[in-house]
Design a protein around this ligand. Sequence first.
Ligand code: GLN
Length: 308
Amino acid sequence: MDIQALLDGIVAELAGRRGEGKVADYIPQLAKVDPNQFGIAVTTVDGEVYAAGDAAVPFSIQSISKVFMLTLALGKVGEALWRRVGREPSGTAFNSIVQLEHEHGIPRNPFINAGAIVICDLVLAGYKPKEAIGEFLRFVRSLADDDTITIDRAVAQSETATGYRNYALANFMRSFNNLQHDVDHVLGVYFHQCALAMTCRQLSRAGLFLAARGADPIGGYSVVSEKRARRINALMLTCGHYDGSGDFAFHVGLPGKSGVGGGIMAIAPGKASIAVWSPGLNKVGNSALGTVALEMLASRTGWSIFGA
Ligand code: GLN
């Protein structure tokens, strides 16, 4: 299979559709991003990297970071994490508050905002916010094998200034005793985690352990157990695209995690880790063109987990 030709073909076929969807504007700094960009990268389990389009342009990975923070938190607190966060798809928007009241401040899953905020609270135990952010950044850099990856401070500040909904979620959970640290500290970690800037190349490399049974096949070391990698993939499939998760499974058929920066990381278990980026979002806040590109790639490679 000529993966490079497949990626070049997708970039060429989608050239006329660049700019589709609507760039997230509730985070002012994200509203400034040029909507006509489109990048795609694939890192295979045998260590080959293929890329096309704007695959070397850093973008705000936003909620894709939730996969890496969950992985870090599971390493720290293990299965006890699941006393504080559920594992069910929410069927509601990424920033929804409605289920929290009935479910006593326990978020449905670690990928909606409320769940990711609880994960930050767990990672903060025994640390100052700066230390927790530093540990997170080092972890992602090691996964991507790239020390040039940074956090975009302007994006973090932009969201700190306007993240009213996330403050509401955090305060609400605190009232149920499902946050143990100061709300500002927890959100400080959360906003900086979301503001991580990565390219498609870096992102596809960082996700490789999830395609390779928890091990990094290039570095030759274990990141998480095989069982844990399988479970993270299961959560990405069922919850990674919020109330668009069913549709993403229907069209693409891969575990995936989206972010409002327009990126998607998708995992073809046993085959490859894929990253796409196009800033325009569909109605539920997932990359419009990114989803189309992944559907094309999955159907042309036969990589859907549901069969070729
Ligand atoms: N930082 C964003 C927020 O909290 C992340 C949302 C997303 O990427 N879906 O609103």
